[in-house]
Design a protein around this ligand. Structure first.
Ligand code: AMP
Length: 423
C-alpha cells in the first residue's frame, strides 16, 4: 500500500512529501481509511508508530473544504511537549493547505494564544487545563468543532484530566467525528471511549508491546554505583543521543549537573523548570547541542526526537507501561535503538512485570567492576534477610532449605543477571 491509495488532495500529498514519508506505517494503513470515511476511531497504538500523521492527514483532507478562520478541529493531549509536537507536525503537513493551528497550554502567557485564536485558526491543539480556562473566559468558541482527537488518553487519565476532558466535551457539538488514541486501555478509558465514540472502528497496533526495533539490556548495579556505571557506559559505547530517566525531579537535575561538571553536554528536563527552560532543553537535545537529556517521566511520552540511540533507565519505572513509553523514545520510525536499565535489588518484581510485557527476558550485561558491587549487594541482602528472619541457632538449617523462600526467588533473579546470559 502507498500513500497514493488514500487519494489525498495534492496539497495534503505535498505535506507528506515535505515530511519525507514514502510509505504509510501500519497504523496509518489501518486508521486513515476509516477516518477518511468519517468514522469514529479507537486507536490502540504505542508511541513511535506514526499515529500523529494517521489522524492529522485525514483531518487536513477534511478541513480543506469548508469555512476558514473557525475552530473546526480540536486535538487534546496531556503534555505541553506533546501539544508542541503535534502542532509542529501539523505545521509541516499543512504547509500547502493554508490551514492553521494554535497551541494552548498553561505555563506561558494567555494573551498571545488568545490573539492567535482571534486572528483565525482551524485547528486547536491543547492541554485540558488552559483550554478550560479559555472556555470559561469565553476566549475560545468550540461550537463549530467537527473533529475531536484525544491523544494519549491513558496518560490523560493518569494525570487526572478525565473530569476536565468531560467538561470540554460538553462544549462540543454532538454531531462530530471523534478519534481516541491510547497506548493502553485501562477500564476508565474504555468507559470514556464507549461514552464519546459512536460505532467506532478499533485499530490496534502492537498493543502495549514495546517497539520491536529496540534491544533491551539490564545492568545489575548497587544504587550508589549507578552514576559511576553510567559514566563508564557513556565512555565505552557509541552513544550519539541519550535520554536518561530518573524517578525524581531532583535526581534529574543533580545528575545532569554532575554530567555537565564531568564534561558531558547534558541538560535536564523536569517539572520544576519553567516552560521556557523546558523548551530550551528539548530544542537543545533536538538540535544536538545536548547529547544527553536527563528527564523525569514528563519526557517519557510525546517527545519525538529522531535518532535517540539510547534510553537509559537510571531508575526503573513504576509500571511496565511506563517502561514501554520511555523506551519508545528510541527505535522510532523503524530505526534501531538500545534501552538500558539499571537494576538494584528492590527492582526484581518490576523487572519480572516488564519482561512479561516484553514477552522475553532482557539481555543481562555485566560490567565487571559493577558486577562485584552487585554481588556484594546480593550477599548483603542475604545476610540481612537471615538476621531479620531467623534466630541464630537455626540459621544453617534454614540456609539449606532457603531455595524455596520468597527472598530466594529474588536472589535467583540477581544471580541470573550475573551469569550474563541472554535467554
Ligand atoms: P508518532 O508516533 O506520530 O510520534 O511518529 C513517530 C515518528 O515517525 C515521527 O518522527 C514521525 O515523523 C515518523 N513517521 C510518521 N509517519 C511516517 C511514515 N509514514 N514514514 C516514516 N516516518 C514516519
Amino acid at each position: 500500500m502507498s500513500f497514493k491509495d488514500f487519494k489525498f488532495h495534492p496539497k495534503v500529498n505535498a505535506g507528506i512529501d515535505a515530511c519525507g514519508y514514502t510509505a504509510p506505517t501500519p497504523i496509518q494503513k489501518e486508521a486513515i481509511p476509516p477516518i477518511l470515511a468519517g468514522r469514529d476511531i479507537f486507536g490502540l497504538a504505542q508511541t513511535g508508530t506514526g499515529k500523529t500523521a494517521a489522524f492529522v492527514l485525514p483531518l487536513l483532507q477534511r478541513l480543506l473544504d469548508g469555512p476558514r478562520k473557525r475552530v473546526r478541529a480540536l486535538i487534546v493531549a496531556p503534555t505541553r511537549e506533546l501539544v508542541d509536537q503535534i502542532h509542529d507536525n501539523i505545521g509541516r503537513m499543512a504547509k500547502e493547505t493554508g490551514l492553521r493551528s494554535v497551541v494552548i497550554y498553561g505555563g506561558v502567557g494567555k494573551q498571545p494564544q488568545i490573539r492567535t485564536i482571534r486572528a483565525g485558526v482551524e485547528i486547536v491543539v491543547a492541554c485540558p487545563g488552559r483550554l478550560l480556562d479559555l472556555l470559561n473566559e469565553k476566549a475560545i468558541n468550540l461550537s463549530a468543532v467537527e473533529v475531536l482527537v484525544l491523544d494519549e488518553a491513558d496518560h490523560m487519565f493518569d494525570k487526572g484530566f478525565l473530569p476536565d476532558i468531560r467538561r470540554i466535551i460538553r462544549q462540543l457539538p454532538k454531531e462530530r467525528q471523534s478519534l481516541v488514541f491510547s497506548a493502553t486501555m485501562p477500564k476508565e478509558i474504555r468507559l470514556l471511549a464507549e461514552k464519546i465514540l459512536q460505532n467506532p472502528a478499533t485499530v490496534q497496533i502492537n498493543h502495549t508491546l514495546p517497539v520491536q526495533t529496540i534491544s533491551h539490556v539490564l545492568f545489575q548495579v548497587a544504587k550508589e554505583q549507578k552514576t559511576s556505571l553510567l559514566k563508564s557506559i557513556i565512555q565505552e559505547r557509541e552513544m550519539t543521543t541519550t535520554l536518561i530517566f530518573t524517578r525524581t525531579k531532583h535526581k534529574a537535575k543533580s545528575l545532569a549537573l554532575h554530567l555537565q561538571k564531568a564534561g558531558y553536554s547534558a541538560a535536564s528536563l523536569q517539572g520544576n523548570l519553567s516552560q521556557q527552560k523546558r523548551q530550551q532543553a528539548l530544542d537543545g537535545f533536538r538540535d544536538g547541542t545536548f547529547k544527553i537529556l536527563v528527564a523525569t517521566d514528563i519526557a517519557a511520552r510525546g517527545i519525538d526526537v529522531l535518532g535517540i540511540s539510547h534510553v537509559i533507565n537510571y531508575d526503573v519505572p513504576n509500571t511496565a507501561e511506563t517502561y514501554t513509553h520511555r523506551t519508545g523514545r528510541t527505535g522510532r520510525a523503524a530505526r534501531t535503538g538500545q534501552a538500558f536499565s539499571f537494576v538494584s535489588r528492590e527492582d526484581s518484581k518490576m523487572i519480572s512485570l516488564i519482561e512479561r510485557n516484553l514477552g522475553k527476558k532482557m539481555l543481562r550485561e555485566v560490567t565487571p567492576a559493577f558486577a562485584c558491587e552487585a554481588a556484594e549487594d546480593v550477599r548483603e541482602e542475604k545476610r540481612e534477610s537471615f538476621s531479620r528472619q531467623m534466630p541464630r541457632r537455626t540459621k544453617p538449617v534454614v540456609a539449606a532449605i532457603r531455595g524455596k523462600s520468597r527472598r530466594s526467588r529474588a536472589s535467583s533473579f540477581d544471580f541470573g543477571i550475573r551469569k550474563s546470559v541472554q535467554r
